[in-house]
Design a protein around this ligand. Structure first.
Ligand code: AG3
Length: 274
């Protein structure tokens, strides 16, 4: 059997990997959802034929989208994840002893169900008593919850289809208003090679709302270009001035205080986007 999965990363470029077995496939009300078993990346979750997460490299993305912000805020108690139905961000958030409540707002309940069934290493924390799972539109949720969260993580798909609104200025304003007085947010903001129009727009929008705006980088091999950006908007704390001494042992495989600081060192071709 020679069966391959292919994601068109751009109209002119693709990533392919051999599929040992299709573990699950369905059409949800929002998207096509599939979980594949692969030799190269381990189990892989794809939405509309776009790789969302794989067992091999999910730790990079989930550690960086969470710990950089959580260690920038001195006392994050209430944390919101928008999207992220696989549960990887929630798993990392719960490593922080200050966190009292981690809320997941995922629009597609089938993503949560598939992750629970086929990706237990990633979804393992979703049943924790500190976790509240809400199936709803994240855009609506931030509009309806003002002054509520110390940190918001936008763990979205690419800016097409259901996630499009998660990249616009109106949404960042609602995120700002859903944060407490010293809150901050981190969003996944795509590739510095292939999204060179999108990233400057995001940065401008976030800058027009938050006093502290920062872009940082991490390597995620299954995403286009392998180098990925995250954007932080913060009302008060600067990730470059965070006190990273005496952190609890987070048992991470990518994030460390040195990686935290290094992630903000940008090559000129990325600096250009700011
Ligand atoms: N969110 C997906 C990031 C975008 C990936 N894009 C791509 N492969 N073209 C990840 C969700 C994991 N919690």
């Amino acid at each position: 059997m020679n069966c391959w999965f292919t994601e068109m990363q751009t109209p002119d470029m693709a990533i392919s990997c051999r599929v040992k077995k299709t573990l699950h496939e369905e059409k949800t009300p929002f998207q096509h959802l599939a979980v594949y078993e692969t030799d190269q990346f381990g189990r892989m979750l794809a939405l509309d034929d776009v790789i969302q997460t794989t067992i091999m490299d999910e730790f990079v993305y989930h550690e960086m989208i969470t710990h950089v912000g959580l260690n920038t805020h001195p006392n994050p108690r209430r944390v919101l994840v928008i999207g992220g139905g696989d549960g990887g961000s929630i798993r990392e958030i719960l490593k922080h002893p200050s966190v009292e409540l981690a809320t997941l707002v995922e629009i597609d309940e089938r993503v949560i169900a598939a992750a629970r069934e086929y990706l237990p290493e990633i979804s393992c924390a979703l049943g924790d008593p500190r976790v509240r799972v809400i199936v709803d539109d994240g855009i609506k949720h931030v509009k309806e919850n003002r002054d509520t969260y110390d940190m918001i993580i936008v763990d979205s798909t690419d800016p097409v289809g259901p996630a499009e609104g998660l990249f616009g200025r109106a949404f960042y304003q609602d995120v700002h208003d859903a944060l407490t007085g010293d809150g901050l947010f981190v969003a996944q903001t795509e590739s510095p090679f292939f999204n060179r129009d999108l990233i400057p727009r995001i940065i401008q929008n976030v800058r027009s709302i938050f006093p502290v705006t920062r872009l940082f980088l991490a390597c995620v091999p299954t995403y286009p270009g392998g180098l990925w950006t995250f954007t932080m908007g913060s009302k008060k704390y600067d990730p470059l001035e965070a006190n990273l001494e005496q952190l609890p042992d987070l048992k991470t495989r990518y994030y460390t205080p040195a990686v935290h600081r290094a992630a903000f060192v940008l090559p000129p071709f990325v600096e250009e986007l700011l």
